[in-house]
Design a protein around this ligand. Structure first.
Ligand SMILES: Nc1ncnc2c1ncn2[C@@H]1O[C@H](COP(=O)(O)OP(=O)(O)OP(=O)(O)O)[C@@H](O)[C@H]1O
Ligand SMILES: [Mg+2]
Length: 240
């Protein structure tokens, strides 16, 4: 069995001493994609921030590459963590090419992953479409050959075809050994490329299992636990 590269042990997550997620246990192994689902406000982003070292745990432990750590994000990034948030984290005034090179990444590597970026390499990143920006962000993260990637709503506001494209690229990276923790609103699409998934509700894990099993029950899962999620995304979260 592959090595566990990212782990939460009895982790409580929150703000000002108030937990929004309690007693979370999850493990991501090398080569595996694990999805974290839950309604708006259920604590998905807060969980990723805590696992990234951006938010201190209220209780319990975050582990990275097999060791408990409280290191800040930049140190985890140096050791092989990539964190893609819905703020696409590009420098909008720089070209796509320069964004790709920023942290020593390879433009060729990015083009191998997303050939459709080629005609846009010399445009300022701020003028790219949301999908193109997200491809640049993802290519840049993968260029440094991270061991672990966490992605928060990678596909927010993107066309379904592009969502498929990004998720397929993630699957390819996982097949080469990357461990992925994915927060994604497209439940079916996410399960199709994942190994396992957890559902958060009111601060607790209410369901977890193999993606293959959960895929059979997407309708029930959405109805029982994710009723509010699509609503909010339709009304106030669409971006690019
Ligand atoms: N900086 C903050 N300070 C205090 N409370 C916060 C802060 N950020 C988030 N929260 C609260 O923590 C809870 C979980 O929020 P979080 O953003 O983690 O949820 P989420 O599952 O990512 O939701 P969404 O699907 O809308 O992105 C919410 O009740 C939110 O109001
Ligand atoms: Mg969120």
């Amino acid at each position: 069995m592959s090595k566990t590269v990212l782990e939460a042990r009895n982790l409580s997550v929150g703000y000002g001493g108030q937990a929004v997620v309690r007693d979370l246990n999850l493990a991501v192994r090398a080569g595996e994609i694990v999805c974290l689902f839950g309604n708006n406000g259920s604590g998905k982003t807060s969980t990723l921030l805590t696992l990234a070292g951006e938010l201190p745990p209220i209780d319990g432990e975050t582990r990275f590459l097999g060791e408990a750590t409280r290191a800040p994000l930049y140190q985890r990034v140096r050791r092989g963590l990539a964190f893609i948030t819905d703020e696409r984290s590009l420098v909008f005034s720089l070209t796509a090419r320069d964004n790709l090179r920023l942290r020593g990444g390879s433009v060729d590597g990015a083009l191998a992953l997303f050939p459709e970026l080629e005609p846009h390499l010399d445009k300022p990143a701020g003028l790219l479409s949301g999908g193109q920006q997200q491809m640049v962000a993802m290519a840049r993260s993968l260029a440094n050959e991270p061991r672990v990637l966490m992605a928060d709503e990678l596909s927010l506001g993107l066309a379904p075809k592009l969502v498929d494209r990004l998720l397929r690229a993630l699957r390819q990276a996982a097949d080469r050994g990357l461990g992925v923790l994915l927060v994604e609103q497209h439940v079916s699409k996410a399960l199709a490329i994942s190994d396992r998934a957890l559902v958060l509700s009111q601060g607790r894990v209410v369901l977890e299992g193999d993606a293959a099993d959960l895929k059979q029950r997407v309708g029930d899962i959405e109805a029982a636990y994710l009723a509010g999620a699509s609503e909010k995304h339709r009304t106030d979260k669409h971006s690019g």
